[in-house]
Design a protein around this ligand. Structure first.
Ligand SMILES: *Cc1c(COP(=O)(O)O)cnc(C)c1O
Length: 353
């Protein structure tokens, strides 16, 4: 740390992304990317003519992309904000909507970025423990008195909440913003997007990184009532009005238009998840009931860290979390069936040789 860093960041613990090894010699099942390429329409949209336009600034309001997303959900463009990844939308939410109430709350086992943003913005944060089986009880979030952030399906557990439970939480907190992070909704969750028409305190966040094969393009969006979106737009325009580059805007539009291509990929991933879950079960692993593109699995023989290191030395990357409640688990992204077989064979070798 230099002697120039602001005092308020001196104790900041930053977010640590999953490893991104260069050279791709690993079977990479650690950051929940899609194993399938972007759609042919997305690839065609990024042609030479568009690349030449990179000398110009991109559209700061992402008009075309906003209209495409809005039409896709039957909402208005004023209900949509576009972010450089959904992480940026989350950042706006923590920045904008948490200090008028008494702070922010989220489950104790959830996306690792939430506590980081709470620290960056100096917020009072409360971690609400999930039940022993890692399910979330809506009852724990009624009249929270603070901003609520919930990933649904949750990460890294993969468990999901019914829409009726989400609605109970939104309804019971009319004076707080409720943010539902739907990064994994396309793999088996129930989306809360339509509830934004009924509740002005709800923000739903989605991403192009997981189901739409565009993690490298950095694109996410929030859907909410027009006043909430206007507040976030104010921050976006005050920090980085050109937050979405020109090629990414085009990729996003083309991706929404090729939804059926991605639906097929999601169906394949769900099928591979079921296959992998069965095989892991045969190897003595316990998997939580995933509605996402990963499995959260524990072995009674090995800790999460041991599974992670054993797999890494055999060329397979997965993720483990050094946190007491989940130290026996690894999170395994769902790749192609061939990739999962490589992972399963490596596990067999570790367990039985
Ligand atoms: C991956 C992920 C995100 C962020 O994705 P972006 O690539 O920034 O869009 C947000 N929330 C959860 C729960 C995630 O797993």
């Amino acid at each position: 740390m230099s002697r120039f860093l602001s005092q308020r960041f001196s104790k900041l613990k930053e977010y640590i992304p999953g490893e991104q090894p260069r050279g791709m010699s690993y079977v990479k099942l650690n950051t929940n990317e899609s194993p399938y390429p972007p759609s042919p329409e997305v690839i065609a949209a990024m042609n030479m003519g568009e690349i030449e336009k990179l000398r110009l600034y991109p559209d700061p309001i992402c008009r075309a992309l906003k209209e495409t997303i809005a039409a896709n959900y039957g909402v208005n463009p004023q209900n949509v904000i576009i972010g450089n990844g959904s992480d940026e939308i989350l950042s706006f939410i923590f920045m904008a909507f948490c200090d008028k109430t008494t702070g922010v709350c989220y489950p104790d086992i959830s996306y690792g970025f939430y506590p980081v943003y709470a620290q960056v913005y100096g917020l009072d944060s409360r971690e609400i423990p999930l039940n022993d089986d890692f399910t979330l009880s809506a009852d724990d979030y009624l009249n929270a008195g603070r901003t609520i952030v919930i990933a649904n399906p949750n990460a890294p557990t993969g468990l999901s909440l019914r829409l009726s439970e989400i609605e109970r939480i939104v309804k019971a907190n009319p004076h707080s913003v409720v943010a539902i992070d739907e990064a994994y909704v396309d793999f088996g969750g129930e989306s809360a997007v339509q509830l934004i028409k009924k509740y002005d305190n709800l923000i739903v966040i989605q991403t192009f990184s997981k189901s739409r094969s565009l993690a490298g393009a950095r694109l996410g969006y929030g859907i909410a009532s027009a006043p909430l979106i206007a507040d976030m737009e104010k921050l976006r325009n005050s920090i980085n009005p050109y937050n979405i580059n020109l090629l990414t805007q085009l990729a996003g539009e083309a991706a929404i238009i090729s939804q059926s291509y991605y639906d097929k990929n999601c169906a394949k991933i769900v099928e591979t998840r079921k296959y992998t879950e069965k095989k892991l079960d045969e190897l003595g692993f316990n998997c939580l009931d995933s509605h996402a593109n990963f499995l959260f699995a524990s072995s009674h023989k090995l800790t999460g860290e041991q599974v992670y290191s054993g797999l890494k030395s055999r060329g397979v990357l997965v993720r483990y979390f050094p946190k007491t409640r989940i130290k026996d688990f690894v999170r395994i992204s769902i790749g192609t069936k061939e990739q999962m077989d490589i992972m399963l064979n490596a596990l067999k070798e570790m367990l039985f040789q």
